[in-house]
Design a binder for this molecule. Structure first.
Ligand SMILES: *[C@@H]1O[C@H](CO)[C@@H](O)[C@H](O)[C@H]1NC(C)=O
Ligand SMILES: *[C@@H]1O[C@H](CO)[C@@H](O)[C@H](O)[C@H]1NC(C)=O
Ligand SMILES: *[C@@H]1O[C@H](CO)[C@@H](O)[C@H](O)[C@H]1NC(C)=O
Ligand SMILES: *[C@@H]1O[C@H](CO)[C@@H](O)[C@H](O)[C@H]1NC(C)=O
Ligand SMILES: [Zn+2]
Length: 475
């Protein structure tokens, strides 16, 4: 995928996403551009388009004119209704959202504080297709990469790839392996002792470094194009390597901060690999340049780090290969994970399962600690395994489903890897500081005990799925 090449022109077909569109003789498999909030976007050639109309119940055909540069899908996020009322201006209707794209640089009242905001380098865009809560836009390459910074907080943007992507169903033997793990998911006092060793004070130190709240890191934003994201990448790599991992920076698109891929070797000669991930990039909204990302997704990032630090303290070794991955480019449409998942598919990686941790810290004051699992995207068997391990090792969590959708596990799921996400709430997003300059760790509702409870579940899943040993002295 070369972002600077532009989208070109052709015909798009948008239809309700359905995995059966990829089975059998369907020509659509080769022209898939993504699943956006249940809308499958395809770019079929004329012959395929003619055939598709014979088996599709409904669909919309959109001509993309020559000269179109990049295509970006924007959509409203699943948030509590009460949150929307708190956002003073912009963002109630698609028209208002689009107005944030065309307005000029200046100082605006964003509800919380007066802030100088950025504007897009160019306000030229074309509205190709839309509903009340989503739109497909064509706009310049430069604007396409930073549109996330100017739109309202409860809307997200996804850059369409410049070539077709795969949709590989998760193979039945991979699902079977997860079902076997579920059968093995029984209380183990050694695992309970290990996972409870995760340190909340250490998490506090880590999160305040990432948000800049500690005054030492100098981080103002971890947006994928910011200097803060580069500092964060280096710091994360150093911290993971302190725990015995070997880390690699993986660039995926020009200008973006890299994915940070950290690996622990297996003690057994096997290709089997277990992957836990989070995204370390952040974003603001309405053009604000501050994006501390304490919850989104500093919380998921420190959960990985808390697990790594405990691996080191306890001297744990794994029977399988283990990867802890901090992705970048999530906020522009899962771009870092899309590249890494494709790389893993290309080498036919033997991934037992992967779990993305995205937003673990917030619950509304008065609500119990929770664990949300994805209602739509992911492998139900992995979610079931996580749910059962939560009941065993973090019974304090209320487990349920969330409509908050689509983090980096989607990239892996679409490449046929068994995957799921862990989230902070058994319901829609309720964090009032979502994609906001106020997403700090020192505030009401930000709960590191909940992060620890969810990290325990991620860790227990890792220990079960990878297999492990402790040094002889602690046996
Ligand atoms: C998983 O948890 C559910 C709910 O507690 C339980 O009914 C089921 O037996 C568990 N599955 C396994 C394989 O233990
Ligand atoms: C974690 O384990 C280490 C070494 O076994 C121990 O010194 C430390 O007190 C434990 N910390 C917590 C928070 O349980
Ligand atoms: C690991 O297993 C592979 C495949 O079974 C084999 O080719 C390779 O020689 C083994 N490596 C070692 C170090 O035993
Ligand atoms: C993948 O790993 C599993 C263990 O989880 C192993 O049984 C299987 O042989 C491996 N598959 C390949 C293709 O190496
Ligand atoms: Zn996120």
């Amino acid at each position: 995928m070369v972002a600077t090449a532009g989208f070109g022109f052709g015909t798009l077909l948008i239809t309700a996403f359905d995995p059966t569109l990829f089975t059998g003789e369907s020509c659509l498999s080769d022209s898939f551009y993504g699943n956006f909030a249940g809308h499958g976007v395809f770019r079929p050639d004329q012959a395929c388009l003619d055939t598709a109309t014979s088996f599709l119940a409904s669909g919309t055909v959109i001509p993309v004119k020559e000269g179109a540069q990049e295509l970006v899908w924007i959509e409203e996020q699943s948030v509590e209704e009460s949150l929307k009322a708190g956002v003073a201006s912009f963002g109630d209707t698609l028209e208002e959202v689009l107005s944030t794209i065309t307005r000029t640089r200046g100082t605006y009242d964003l509800g919380r504080e007066q802030e100088q905001v950025l504007a897009l380098p160019t306000s030229d865009y074309e509205l190709l297709y839309h509903g009340d809560s989503f739109a497909l836009l064509s706009l310049s390459a430069e604007s396409a990469r930073v549109i996330d910074t100017v739109i309202p907080p409860f809307w997200k943007s996804i850059l369409l790839p410049n070539g077709p992507v795969s949709f590989v169903p998760v193979p039945s033997d991979a699902v079977q392996r997860v079902k076997e793990l579920l059968e093995e998911a029984k209380f183990d006092p050694t695992v309970a002792s290990i996972v409870s060793n995760i340190s909340v004070p250490q998490m506090k130190n880590d999160i305040t470094w990432l948000t800049g709240e500690d005054g030492n890191s100098g981080i103002v934003s971890r947006h994928s194009f910011s200097s803060g994201s580069r500092s964060a990448a280096q710091w994360l790599s150093d911290r993971f390597e302190d725990t015995g991992a070997t880390c690699e920076f993986k660039d995926f698109l020009p200008g973006f901060a890299p994915n940070v891929v950290c690996r622990y070797p297996s003690t057994v000669n096997t290709t089997a690999t277990v992957l836990l991930s989070a995204h370390y990039d952040s974003r603001g909204s309405f053009g604000s340049t501050r994006a501390p990302g304490g919850d989104d997704d500093g919380s998921g990032t420190i959960s990985l780090l808390s697990i790594a630090r405990t691996i080191k303290r306890k001297g744990i070794t794994f029977k399988s290969n283990v990867e802890l991955v901090a992705f970048a480019g999530e906020e522009q449409g899962l771009l870092g994970s899309r590249a890494y998942a494709r790389e893993m598919r290309d080498k036919d990686a033997n991934l037992t399962l992967m779990i993305q941790a995205d937003m673990l810290a917030y619950h509304a004051p008065g609500e119990p600690a929770q664990l949300g699992l994805p209602a739509s995207i992911g492998t139900p068997e992995v979610a079931q395994l996580v749910s059962n391990l939560s009941a065993i090792y973090s019974p304090e969590l209320q487990v349920g489903f969330t409509s908050a959708c689509c983090s980096d596990h989607q990239s892996f799921h679409e490449q046929g890897f068994a995957s799921t996400q862990v989230f902070e709430r058994a319901g829609p997003i309720a964090d009032p500081m979502y994609h906001n300059s106020g997403d700090l760790s020192e505030r009401e509702g930000y709960d590191l005990e909940q992060v620890k409870s969810i990290a325990k579940v991620q860790f227990a899943t890792l220990l079960l799925a990878a297999g492990f040993d402790l040094p002889d002295s602690s046996a």
